[in-house]
Design a protein around this ligand. Structure first.
Ligand code: SF4
Length: 425
């Protein structure tokens, strides 16, 4: 059956061979891919030392054993050469690579009768919007979707709007997503700041949480959404300074969350020894205290005083467009709830996505402070977004009870809005 796909219209992407993904990800391979790579006949003359294994056998819980590609001592994939290029690609062409490599940075998610395609902003070319329009890659993406998407995916139910609050069909659910997209869209005639749009979208999901939709369908939902989207901008404070500061408990919760977004875990950097685990615990304790020096969570984030990260750094005007595009791609690609995001309902998933905004600005401040600056540059924000989005929807920690509870607590105390405003000063 030919799959119908939905593509983001605001995004460009082509691979620019930075090799970053080949350093940061573990590549799961199927038995067929393993056999294919073995048959490719890799020897030291192809640049891979004889002592270097190609695969690592993994075993997770009760699951059957599986394999991933091995990594070189510096954490790079075994097939990444010294110029940052893939040896499999160079010898046999792109289709010979494992499917996981061919898919990145795309993500395929169910959206009723269609598959919607999102992108991961952990790729610097996605962040920079570099390359061919994604909309022009329909043929290749449809072919990839045929290989990735399981049979019967169109039977998947839409995510809940909120716990115990379902909608009856995908078309109805997608009306809610479209309403969020319209609130966050940048209308050049109105020029509403991104923060205002984000706070309005958070207000919108607060309203959704209090309503019930099991008896509403089609036109009635459309009418309801029109009324709510018209009203959500009314009470939004005009300037970030008009929003109350986040409380101390919220700041602690936020630092722990943002600290996780700030990490750069690779197979090269993961230290599973007792010492490595002790260092992780020490970092978590320092983030909880939030006083003195912030621990270096990764090489790009050297120790800086916590206090310095709370001063106003401003947000560069160019970053407004980046955040707008990021949220559009995440919403359009359904990368924030349901199957793509730990099966959480729309309201909870959107709040988690909204928290990426202050987390990125906090990480960007850290990058700037680490270089002795007290104003953000657009490149700080772009780099911080690539760091943070690596984890969003992919780091298992964000799907755990503790992290989900943290988002819930921040929302119940109206702290998500305060954090967004605080870090956008
Ligand atoms: S197989 Fe090639 S594309 Fe895939 S991670 Fe390794 S070097 Fe990168």
């Amino acid at each position: 059956m030919s799959l119908s796909i939905k593509l983001p219209v605001v995004q460009n992407w082509s691979c620019h061979n930075c090799g970053g993904c080949c350093r940061q990800h573990g590549i799961y391979i199927t038995a067929a891919e393993k056999a294919r790579i073995e048959a490719q006949g890799w020897t030291p003359e192809h640049g891979i030392p004889a002592a270097q294994p190609l695969f690592v056998r993994m075993r997770g819980g009760l699951k059957k054993a599986w394999h991933r590609l091995a990594h070189q001592p510096d954490g790079a994939c075994v097939f990444l050469d010294e110029r940052g290029l893939c040896r499999i690609h160079a010898r046999f062409g792109e289709p010979a690579k494992p499917l996981a490599c061919r898919i990145y940075p795309y993500a395929f998610h169910p959206a009723g009768s269609k598959i919607t395609i999102g992108l991961r902003f952990s790729c610097p070319s996605v962040v920079a919007n570099r390359g061919a329009a994604v909309a022009s890659q329909r043929k290749e993406l449809r072919e990839l979707a045929q290989q990735v998407v399981p049979q019967g995916v169109h039977l998947t139910s839409p995510p809940l709007i909120a716990p115990g609050n379902p909608v009856s069909s995908w078309p109805d659910f997608l009306q809610f997503v479209a309403a969020l997209e319209s609130i966050l869209a940048d209308d050049p005639e109105e020029s509403v700041p991104f923060l205002t749009r984000l706070l309005a979208a958070l207000q919108f999901v607060d309203v959704l949480e209090q309503a019930r939709f099991d008896r509403l369908t089609g036109e009635r939902i459309r009418e309801f959404l029109e009324i709510v989207t018209d009203g959500v901008f009314e009470d939004i404070p005009e300037r970030p300074e008009d929003v109350p500061e986040p409380g101390s408990v919220a700041r602690t919760q936020f630092r722990l969350l943002a600290g996780h977004y700030a990490r750069k875990d690779t197979y090269g950097s993961n230290d599973g020894t007792l010492r490595g685990r002790w260092n992780l615990l020490r970092s978590a304790l320092a983030l909880t205290r939030g006083r003195g020096m912030a621990p270096s969570l990764q090489p790009r984030l050297p120790p800086v005083p916590f206090e310095g990260l709370e001063a106003p750094f401003g947000v560069p005007a160019e970053s407004e467009g980046l955040f707008t595009r990021y949220f559009q791609v995440k919403l359009h690609g359904m990368s924030f709830c349901g199957a793509a995001y730990y099966q959480v309902p729309l309201v909870e998933g959107f709040r988690s996505l909204a928290l990426v905004y202050p987390a990125v600005l906090w990480i960007a401040r850290w990058i700037a402070a680490g270089e002795g600056r007290c104003r953000l540059e657009a490149s700080d924000v772009a780099e911080a977004l690539a760091i943070a989005d690596h984890h969003h929807g992919y780091s298992p920690a964000f799907g755990t009870w503790g992290f989900r509870k943290r988002v819930q607590n921040l929302s119940q105390r109206q702290e998500i809005i305060r954090l967004c405003a605080w870090y956008s000063r």
